[in-house]
Design a protein around this ligand. Structure first.
Ligand code: GUN
Ligand code: ZN
Length: 437
């Protein structure tokens, strides 16, 4: 799908990216105030000051956006496409929120007439928020999930997703059997895994809604689809953790319910992990399993504050997830702001910098999704996945940016204030995916 353009293109803008990890390297943020990124055939070939980049590629087409900011495309490590219609369902904790608002909404996807425009709106929403890569929690209905993959393929975005499977609890319409789930998931996986920029993600909803047999069938699908991801929910809410331990009498903790079915490995991304035990963190670190940290969702459902320091100390990788519809929108930049706020108010605060938050929104997410060699920063050799931000005229962001004194301050202002209306363009592999030309 790489753009076969014999000529290079140069995007001239104020370039900000984090090719190095700010949790271990103080000089993580690279900025080029009068900067540029050159790209060709979908790949970045030069990044730096405009004069130098254009000098090296004098024949390139120049897209002049010198007043706007160019960042790597954002990475959303956890978001549910069927839940666009329940954003803002207030006043409920996880299990009641699922039962009263979210699962009834998800049942509607049995109707393809409902699912098809929803899939398109969701995909559009990702690109319109500057997200170029996402691990997307799917639907329980195979036909609707097929429709979603079609829309994702058409968009050009880097999407991993899969059929959500459950055989207990939930509403009867959302349940299936382990054998049916296995066959439906495998058939979707064979069709879409590796198609363009799509990958398959084996997706048991959570242990409450999956019998041992169902989790076993998920392990079998993961083993059959080489390079697939596994994703689910873990340690989100105290009542949820208690219910899991009641259901799985032999499991010492929540993680164990997935572990014994081969679902905890380097290609696994678990959402939340707010109430993790030390032992679970140690086992996740040694398995190379990562976490999707979803700060707006954790606040919205009253789940708790993510123990970031314990994840850092145990070296369990994490990126950011919007977790729509418990999350408050599709902006990964906003998740950065909310991660910042959460870590400022804990008893042992972490004072995250703009560079930390950009890292979490881009490169950390890419690593979590196994794409660290491909995307996440604007270094030569990476895919040209980029986000152009421009403050709307008359906006608070414009007023703030007119007064900031350094690129670091500008980045802090962008994370705090830039939302959908500031996204001027989104590119995947050098191809403009938003707005479509
Ligand atoms: N656990 C199981 N299903 C869900 C869901 O849809 N959202 C969240 N936040 N947690 C879940
Ligand atoms: Zn979720």
């Amino acid at each position: 799908m790489a753009v076969q353009n014999p000529r290079a293109s140069i995007l001239r803008a104020r370039v900000l990216h984090t090719p190095r990890d700010p949790f271990s390297d103080e000089a993580a943020l690279d900025c080029h105030e009068n900067g540029a990124v050159a790209f060709q055939d979908g790949e970045i070939i030069a990044t730096g000051d405009f004069a130098e980049v254009s000098g090296r590629h004098p024949d390139a087409d120049v897209i002049d956006e010198r007043d706007a900011f160019l960042l790597p495309g954002l990475v959303d490590t956890h978001v549910h496409w069927p839940q666009l219609g329940v954003i803002g369902a207030m006043g409920l904790e996880l299990l009641d929120w699922l039962r009263t608002r979210t699962l009834p909404e998800e049942v509607k996807l049995a109707d393809l007439g409902y699912a098809r425009p929803l899939a398109r709106d969701f995909i559009h929403g990702l690109a319109a928020n500057g997200t170029t890569t996402a691990l997307v929690f799917g639907t329980h209905f195979p036909e609707a999930q097929d429709v979603f993959f079609e829309a994702a393929a058409e968009s050009g975005l880097r999407i991993a997703s899969g059929l959500v499977v459950s055989d207990r609890d939930l509403l009867p319409e959302l349940r299936t059997t382990a054998a049916e789930a296995h066959d439906a998931a495998l058939s979707l996986g064979r069709r879409w895994h590796g198609h363009g920029r799509l990958r398959y993600a084996v997706t048991p909803r959570f242990s409450i809604s999956c019998s041992e047999e169902m989790l076993d069938s998920c392990g079998a699908v993961a083993a059959e689809l080489d390079g697939s991801l596994v994703t689910s929910h873990l340690n989100e809410n105290r009542d949820e953790v208690e219910a899991v331990l009641d259901l799985f009498e032999e499991a010492d903790d929540y993680l164990a319910t997935y572990e014994r079915h081969g679902l905890v490995g380097p290609a696994t991304v678990m959402a939340h992990n707010v109430h993790a035990t030390d032992d679970e963190l140690a086992r996740m670190a040694s398995a190379g399993t990562s976490v999707a940290h979803c700060p707006s969702s954790n606040g919205f459902l009253g789940s708790g504050i993510f123990p970031m320091r314990r994840h850092l100390d145990t070296r369990v990788g994490f990126g950011l997830g919007t977790d729509v519809g418990a999350g408050t929108g599709l902006s990964v930049l906003k998740e950065g702001l909310l991660a910042y706020l959460g870590q400022m108010v804990v008893s042992d605060p972490i004072r995250l910098t703009p560079a930390h938050l950009l890292w979490l929104a881009t490169r950390a997410g890419a690593q979590v999704l196994g794409l660290g060699d491909t995307v996440g920063d604007l270094s030569p050799g990476r895919a040209a996945d980029m986000l152009l931000l421009r403050a709307p005229e008359g906006s608070t962001l414009a007023a703030t940016l007119a007064r900031v004194e350094s690129p670091d301050h500008a980045l802090g202002a962008l994370i705090t204030l830039a939302r959908e209306d500031s996204v001027a363009g989104t590119w995947v592999a050098g191809e403009r995916v938003y707005p479509r030309m």
